[in-house]
Design a binder for this molecule. Structure first.
Ligand code: SF4
Length: 368
């Protein structure tokens, strides 16, 4: 039983034969992708307050030090991103600030909001006004919270990380795999194209990795909404000295994800954290986001590679590099995109032209 599955009504059955199949998977079982995709994004770290204290995370700040971006800062960041040719506003969050963060709630109240999701909605509106498609990662969300912002996001995401109960999430503030799976399920019920992923090296074992991939697959098969699964290694930083998975582990777990997931679901590795050049033959087909204007606020110790590094990864694999939007092309239709997002993509303005150019651009024609 996945921890928290009962409490959060996460109905996911794991087939033991499939676990065994994935445990036997290796890079020899997968084919290299025939192209690698990426998106141009700008980071908008809306709040660094988080109710959890994961031991590998440098993103969250403790009470008294956590920040909330002002609407003016959100607009300025989005404007710089749009000017630089980005298509995506990547809203990063800690998980729901709890009652430890009184000053965050006071700032929200000063801005006329009674919740972080209410403010997220305003921030997404600002991003759309500035010519970017929002992609928010607000951590665990209830159905009500996600419904409040679904129509102003082109896609959303949360890392499952693992279905295991690991000490790295532990202590009195442990996030629950069941709650993460419930968030993933809610996204499907609300027709939100979704990004999730697994975190490798935080205390999970090989069976946990296989079960995590299969849990994502089970929920995707229910709704068809998972556009990509990130395979991310934990990395050393000021809060984590537990080491990182070695190359052979990353190759095997990446191949496991490719074998375990449906073909239409992309497998992504972030080249700033993972040895992407040594994983291109393990089934990856996406390199995530590259940001020309801000640092990576999730892992500030690791700079996002420049676009030329993405080209170098693609060149080393001998495949084209293709830009995509934060919402994958197969979801750009009435069934998945809200009227707001469709209107932004269809708009007769510079932003609309930029979005359509990405959708229409042919292989290997990524401009500098
Ligand atoms: S990994 Fe996410 S949930 Fe955990 S402390 Fe960091 S921001 Fe919060």
């Amino acid at each position: 039983m996945i921890p928290g599955a009962d409490e959060y009504d996460a109905d996911v059955a794991i087939d033991e034969a499939e676990v065994e199949r994935l445990l036997a998977a290796s890079p020899d079982d997968v084919a290299a992708a025939d192209e690698l995709s990426f998106s141009r994004n700008v980071f908008v770290p809306l709040t660094t307050a988080c109710r959890y204290t994961c031991t590998y995370c440098t993103y969250y700040d403790p009470p008294g030090q956590a920040e909330l971006m002002t609407p003016e800062e959100v607009r300025e960041t989005c404007r710089r991103g749009a000017d630089a040719g980005c298509t995506e506003a990547l809203f990063t969050f800690g998980d729901d600030p709890d009652d430890r963060y009184d000053e965050i709630y006071e700032q929200l109240a000063d801005l006329g909001h009674d919740s972080i999701h209410s403010y997220l909605r305003e921030a997404c509106e600002i991003a759309l006004e500035e010519g970017l498609l929002p992609h928010a990662n607000p951590g665990d969300q209830t159905r009500e919270q996600m419904a409040e912002v679904a129509d102003v996001n082109a896609s959303m995401g949360v890392m499952l990380e693992t279905t295991a109960d690991v000490r790295a999430h532990g202590g009195p503030r442990a996030k629950s795999p069941g709650q993460r799976l419930n968030t993933l399920d809610v996204a499907g019920e609300l027709d939100v194209p979704f990004t999730t992923g697994i975190l490798v090296g935080v205390g999970e074992d090989w069976r946990d990795r296989a079960e995590s991939v299969l849990a994502i697959r089970a929920i995707h098969e229910r709704h068809g909404h998972v556009q990509e699964v990130i395979v991310q290694p934990v990395v050393e930083n000021e809060r984590w000295d537990g080491g990182s998975p070695d190359l052979q582990t990353m190759r095997r777990v990446t191949a496991m994800a490719r074998v375990g997931l449906p073909e239409e679901v992309s497998v992504q590795v972030p080249p700033n954290l993972a040895p992407a050049r040594d994983l291109t033959d393990c089934g990856i087909d996406d390199l995530g986001g590259v940001s020309p204007v801000t640092e990576d606020h999730i892992n500030p110790d690791y700079e996002w590679p420049a676009l030329r590094e993405l080209r170098a990864v693609a060149d080393s694999a001998g495949v084209p590099l293709r830009e995509r939007l934060p919402v994958y092309e197969r979801y750009v239709d009435e069934a998945w995109c809200s009227d707001r997002i469709r209107a932004a993509i269809d708009a007769d303005d510079d932003a609309g032209e930029r979005f359509r150019a990405v959708l229409e651009r042919g292989e290997n024609s990524v401009p500098p």
